[in-house]
Design a binder for this molecule. Structure first.
Ligand code: PEP
Length: 249
């Protein structure tokens, strides 16, 4: 049975005190989840939140890491630094990083390798923009994103990856892929993994849906056989909403 997961992505929200308050609420409310629960926080929160969540089932993710190992890269945060905080996951390839910070498939390939080399488990985001969905080329887009940044990995390393299918047109927009659209492309993604790594690796890969997933639509999305959980942006910023999504998984 592959891991089911609900992961939050706080993005550039919550100052340190607000983040500590939210993590404290979640620690109190999430005691025995039936799925893996992860919160992705800004770098500055990681050490404090990891310390605070000791003894809790909630795991912590960074939202990014550098594409260089160490050295004169002012302002960057390496995968080793992230791991040293106690964080276990690292969100990589988010569409906002691709679009606003020009992260190419090559850069993301380096980030994935460095995250893995430092014991972090990548939550790797893929997904098409609105024009690509309208042109019905979403399958080609996700295939090329997988080939460009992940399919260089050995089967063993690929097994440490969680995928998040996030149609860019659904992120933060209130538009959600229909459960049928999500299932169709998740199944397609799984078929690509099967073709590359074999059926067992494909069946073991956790594929999350992300894009305006909330406490109202989560259950319907998660009911699909190939949707293993969610990567949650806006709704992860409110403890009650996030815990309702966890309960829906
Ligand atoms: C995200 O940014 O990963 C995301 C899914 O955001 P939202 O839930 O706000 O659409």
């Amino acid at each position: 049975m592959r891991t089911k997961m609900v992961a939050g992505n706080w993005k550039m929200n919550k100052n340190l005190q607000e983040g500590v308050a939210l993590a404290t609420e979640l620690k109190e409310q999430v005691k025995n989840p039936t799925c893996e629960v992860v919160i992705g926080t800004p770098f500055i929160h990681l050490a404090t939140v990891c310390e605070l969540l000791k003894g809790s089932p909630i795991k912590v993710a960074a939202e990014n890491c550098a594409d260089k190992e160490k050295g004169a890269y002012t302002g960057e945060v390496s995968a080793e630094m992230v791991a040293s905080t106690g964080a276990q996951y690292c969100i990589l390839g988010h569409s906002e990083r691709r679009a606003y910070y020009h992260e190419t498939p090559e850069i993301l390939k380096e980030k994935v390798l460095l995250a893995l080399a430092n014991g972090l488990k990548p939550i790797f985001c893929i997904g098409e923009v609105k024009e690509e969905r309208e042109a019905n080329i979403q399958n080609e887009v996700v295939k090329s994103q997988l080939e460009g940044s992940l399919f260089n990995l050995s089967a063993e390393d690929f097994g440490k990856i969680t995928l998040a299918y996030e149609p860019v047109w659904a992120i933060g927009t209130g538009l959600t892929a229909t459960p049928a659209q999500a299932q169709e492309i998740h199944a397609y993604i799984r078929s690509l993994i099967a073709a590359k790594y074999g059926e067992q690796v494909a069946q073991d890969t956790t594929i999350l849906y992300g894009g305006s997933c909330n406490e109202k639509n989560a259950a319907e999305l998660f009911a699909n056989p190939d949707v293993d959980g969610g990567l949650i942006g806006g709704a992860s910023l409110v403890a009650e909403k996030f815990t309702a999504i966890i309960a829906a998984r």
